[in-house]
Design a binder for this molecule. Structure first.
Ligand code: SAH
Ligand code: SF4
Length: 362
């Protein structure tokens, strides 16, 4: 068996064989027992056990949440960013990217158009863009809440606790902030000037303020080991998070990680499946990055424990410039026809389209 700390590019050191402790770890996980970090590493590291692991996650998802797949309408309202994350195409240092900001009223109108199509949640996401100050964002949240029944999820990166508090006060329900990696050295290398501790503090503040908290991480970052991924999964469990996004790293040509390989979809699926076993009631996304890596990426994630899809509703002339990674799959057709396509995908997988807001525990 390959050591859990040995690194194979994109695959984090996967073992082809099913070691003897594997069966015990899988049974313990499905029974809801608390796994050790090395047991988590053994589950995600074993390619031979994948079919059984994914089937167990699918059973746990069905028992905890049923067949519903919740749709969250994603509005990418600004691609300006003050951070310089080594993995991301929106990084401040990428001078080749045309930058945009949607006007606050346009953000509200886009979210309300999604509400009229039946979306129960909108996700407002951006780079870390101080031009949207606390009051501007609070105003957007208030306007959406006043004119729809939608849950509002924010994903604007790291901000002072006072900003998070103002947005919660304005009616924001949820916040997405991926931890990205829990390896402190890797984190510091990939997010210059920021520390893992600061990001954890943001997640804790969001929890204290009563947000439903979403986190997650990328799979296949350079020098990321299986043990490190196991630490990421244990972190999500112990936070605990109400939602998570786990997707492959995809290299962007205008970043320092341009020459690195993409993450491995099978390893992503095993991480997702273990997240489902560790957090049965959490909402787990079939990520756009998984769909970008593989034409069946979303369908395969739905069969591995996922119960959320985030269709992109950003107006097209902006969306093309929200290039976190290249080749991001694009909606075909207008907002209503894209929703119909996603609904058909869900039904095609034997699942149902979630109704209402799709809250945690709701
Ligand atoms: N600025 C905010 C939200 C936008 S970035 C933030 O950083 O939290 C949203 C997510 O895109 C990040 O959390 C990260 O996990 C993901 N991402 C960035 N670059 C990526 C890449 N090259 N491949 C895959 N996912 C990436
Ligand atoms: Fe900015 Fe988020 Fe990209 Fe980092 S991951 S550069 S914070 S948009």
């Amino acid at each position: 068996m390959t050591s859990t700390s040995e690194h194979i590019p994109g695959s984090a050191g996967v073992s082809p064989a099913s070691p003897p402790e594997y069966d015990r770890a899988l049974a313990r996980a499905e029974a809801g027992e608390r796994l050790e970090r090395r047991e988590i590493a053994s589950l995600i590291g074993c390619a031979a056990g994948q079919e059984r692991l994914l089937a167990a996650a699918d059973r746990v998802r069905q028992r905890a949440l049923g067949p519903a797949v919740h749709l969250r309408a994603l509005v990418e309202f600004s691609n300006h960013c003050r951070q310089d994350c080594a993995y991301c195409g929106l990084r401040a240092g990428n001078a080749t990217l045309p930058r945009y900001r949607m006007a606050p009223q346009q953000v509200v109108d886009t979210a309300l158009a999604a509400a009229r199509l039946g979306y129960g949640t909108c996700v407002l996401q951006s780079g870390e863009d101080p031009a949207y100050d606390a009051q501007t964002v609070a105003g957007i949240v208030r306007a959406i809440k006043a004119q729809s029944e939608m849950a509002v999820t924010l994903s604007l990166g790291e901000r002072p606790e006072a900003d998070y508090a103002a947005w919660r006060e304005a009616g924001a329900d949820r916040y997405l902030l991926k931890i990205e990696t829990t390896d402190p050295a890797l984190f510091a290398r990939l997010r210059p000037g920021r520390t893992l501790q600061q990001r954890v503090a943001c997640l804790q503040a969001l929890g204290r303020l009563g947000y439903q908290v979403g986190s997650g991480f990328m799979v296949g970052l350079p020098a990321q080991s299986l043990d490190s991924l196991a630490g990421d999964l244990a972190f999500l469990r112990d936070l605990p998070c109400h939602m998570a996004g786990i997707g492959p790293f995809i290299p962007h040509p205008q970043t320092p990680l341009a020459g690195e390989p993409s993450g491995d979809l099978d390893l992503v699926l095993r991480c997702l499946a273990v997240a489902r076993l560790l957090l049965p009631p959490a909402h787990l996304a079939a990520t756009t990055a998984s769909a970008t890596l593989h034409p069946q990426g979303r369908q395969r994630a739905l069969a591995a424990g996922a119960d959320v899809i985030m269709p992109n509703v950003t107006p097209e002339h902006y969306r093309v410039h929200y290039e976190i990674y290249p080749g991001k799959i694009a909606p075909r057709g207008d907002m209503p026809s894209y929703r119909r396509q996603i609904e058909a995908l869900i039904v095609g997988e034997g699942r149902t389209v979630g109704q209402g807001r799709g809250d945690y525990g709701g």
